[in-house]
Design a protein around this ligand. Sequence first.
Ligand code: ATP
Ligand code: MG
Length: 400
Amino acid sequence: MGQGLPSKFGKCKVIRQLGQGATAIVLLAKHEGLGMLVAVKVLRKRLSESRPEFAERFLREAQMAARLEHPNIVRVIDCGVQDGYHFMVMDYVDGHNCMQLLSEYSDGVPWREATGIVLQATEALSFAAERDIIHRDVKPSNIMLDSSGRVRVTDLGLAKLAVEGVAALTQELHTVGTPNYMSPEQIRSPARLDLRADIYSLGATFYHLVTGRPPFVGDNPMDVVTRHLTEPLVPPYKVRRDLPAAVSKVICKMMAKSAKRRYQDYETLQEDLHNLQSGNDVTALDFRETFTTSEEDVRLVKLLERLSAGISVEVDDDEEPSRPADDHERGTDANGSSSLPPFSPADHALYRPPASDEGSTLVAGSSAGPDSAIWIIFVVALIGVLVLIAIAALTVFFSG
Ligand SMILES: Nc1ncnc2c1ncn2[C@@H]1O[C@H](COP(=O)(O)OP(=O)(O)OP(=O)(O)O)[C@@H](O)[C@H]1O
Ligand SMILES: [Mg+2]
């Protein structure tokens, strides 16, 4: 087994690697006590060594997740530390995740299939929400399908590993995955989230599933989060023209920038998903995204622009409108100071907008956006006026 990992984690004997993410490596193993296959999620050592509080929280959250037993949730069975590696044992899902499913299609998963997946995911998320657990990291790679087609949501209750809020974004964006599915309030005020944040992220996942691309793409993670905050959503039917309008309406309602304009609970969302499946009218109305960018967001975007340009920023209480309550736990410096780590080519590959990206007007850091076009028109017009004045003056001069 490569990467110097132990061959055993507690009672689990490692067979092979299943996958890896930004914070962990996932292994297939045989639980010798239970005699069954399990998946072992091992926190990367660089993370547990540099951020011991992060590793401790990983175990605490694993214990909490172990209490969630539901057919659509990947159950956590055990957790512990092996040779300095923090690990968690969970049900092995013999199948694939939605990101892998997407790779089988060039322009998105058929909408009926996607609707069925999203509906099953709501069963898991509503079960967790009833127990006051918000996922906070709903995305295609955390929604798995087993060999019988049953949806299994992973990493539920572990969501605090996800990066949220500006302080955490500046600090940790290099250590975690994509912000492609992150709700505006998760960026703005991560300490005050409710289930509607998960509904937004599930909507973003639904969007990706049916169109084959995430709802907002950009040159780097800061670009992406800025767009979630400020850029109107391109309705999915404009990306995939054969998508029924009703599917597009439901996704847009799930992804309204203001949580108040989304589905307020899973029951009403499920009703509309059932309506989609049976061909009935949906309650979601035509999409008109009218939202105003608050002063708070403008400040946030300025901060993100500077981070996007690689400029080191001081994140203090004045500048960051909604500092997360658990910054201390996150390991932010005492003074909140941080600088953006350089992006790797792999990071860029994740955020590069596709060629046919209708909604990709850059909000931050654009060098050839609509502003420059206006300037060019203005300068050309000015030169024209000056030439006309010169001709008129010469005509008057010579005729006089
Ligand atoms: N219980 C499981 N059974 C089988 N495979 C799993 C299981 N849990 C995770 N995996 C696989 O391991 C991969 C890595 O999972 P992990 O949660 O570490 O990262 P991720 O969700 O892909 O990305 P990120 O680190 O950005 O959250 C997943 O993409 C999935 O394919
Ligand atoms: Mg995961």
